[in-house]
Design a protein around this ligand. Structure first.
Ligand code: ACM
Length: 266
């Protein structure tokens, strides 16, 4: 299976320009699964919910529909981050009352749309976004199970563990990383769950945030098998997702069956 990431620097608050940039970067892509960064269509450094409202949109909505065209024409599954407007409140309560989630969308080549709402909000995101309220799920696309995480979820081993226990073989991780720890930590997350992890990070600077780039694909042995620096790029590698189904470390140790849940803090 050909998988990879698109690493780029979004224009802050310029949704149309970002969609055009993504479309251009994807023009010649030849892959089956591609992960884009967190908040890929809007940029990151919003200071208030009010500032983000005009750019937030439902899922599916205009950006999802636009990227679904690429997914179907190129026969590729796409994962990307987006500011999701939850329209479930009645209109008489006013648009500003609606929740905004920091969400990841997965679009299959056939146009199925799945979403995950970031559960662990980082720093000032807590002033803007509503914490995610959907369970971690393994999503079957053409017989391979995919899991979704967003950025700061990396710091919570339970997130990757839950996806892996639910059967995810490839964890798709859109990110806007600012701390230097995530990329090496994801090697550990991959080893302890024997899964593939694709982290797609952004680059550039917005206000006080300097994003670290270095998007990567890690295999179930924790090896970084594909890596970017700070460049805007699409990088693809061929993997065998079945490798993530084997949880045996040796003939005596199965990393899931060996878990001693009775002794763990609940
Ligand atoms: C982050 O969660 N965007 C650092």
């Amino acid at each position: 299976m050909k998988v990879g990431f698109l690493q780029f620097e979004p224009f802050f608050k310029e949704k149309e320009k970002n969609l055009q940039k993504i479309e251009k970067l994807l023009e010649n892509v030849n892959a089956e699964l591609l992960v884009l960064p967190e908040l890929a269509t809007t940029g990151y450094a919003f200071e208030t919910k009010k500032e983000l409202f005009p750019l937030a949109e439902p899922i599916p909505g205009p950006s999802t529909k636009r990227l679904a065209k690429i997914a179907s024409s190129k026969n590729i599954s796409l994962v990307f981050g987006i500011a999701e407007l939850d329209e479930s409140r009645s209109s008489c309560e006013g648009r500003d009352e609606n929740n905004i989630y920091n969400s990841a969308v997965l679009i299959s080549p056939r146009g199925s749309v799945y979403k995950y709402r970031k559960i662990h909000l980082f720093f000032r995101e807590k002033l803007i976004f509503t914490p995610g309220n959907l369970p971690f799920e393994a999503i079957d696309i053409k017989g391979v199970k995919l899991g979704l995480l967003i950025c700061f979820d990396w710091l919570f081993p339970e997130a990757t563990r839950t996806l892996s226990l639910k059967g995810a073989q490839i964890i798709c991780h859109p990110a806007n990383l600012v701390l230097p720890y995530c990329q090496p930590v994801m090697q550990t997350r991959a080893i302890e769950n024997r899964v593939f992890i694709i982290t797609s990070n952004r680059t550039g600077i917005e206000k006080n945030y300097k994003f670290t780039g270095k998007s990567q694909v890690v295999n179930p042995k924790g090896e970084v098998i594909l890596k970017a620096r700070q460049e805007e790029c699409v990088k693809i590698i061929e993997i065998e997702p079945k490798e993530a189904l084997d949880k045996n470390l040796n003939e005596y140790n199965n990393i899931f069956k060996d878990r001693r849940e009775d002794f763990y803090f609940k």
